[in-house]
Design a protein. Sequence first.
Length: 93
Amino acid sequence: MGGSKMKDSYDAMISFHVGSMGKSAKIVQEHLKKELGFSTFICTDMKGGDRYRDQIVKAVKSSKYFIILLNEEWASSTNDPRTLTEKSLESLL
């Protein structure tokens, strides 16, 4: 499969709009590690060649917490932001 090796479990997975919130997600990730000792998964940690969908689903299922970072750009990416969220979460359940 190539790419990065996943851990068996994480304290938290951070989900975010990659195009506009990468910097914010890294700040949250660093804070969680420093202040709480959390191990976290964010999609930008994956390397080329990884099976993204499979790894993201595995990370969600193996995390204690699922943190979603939202902003105006994400909300405007669809006519109804609830539809996008529901579809995203449905595919993981």
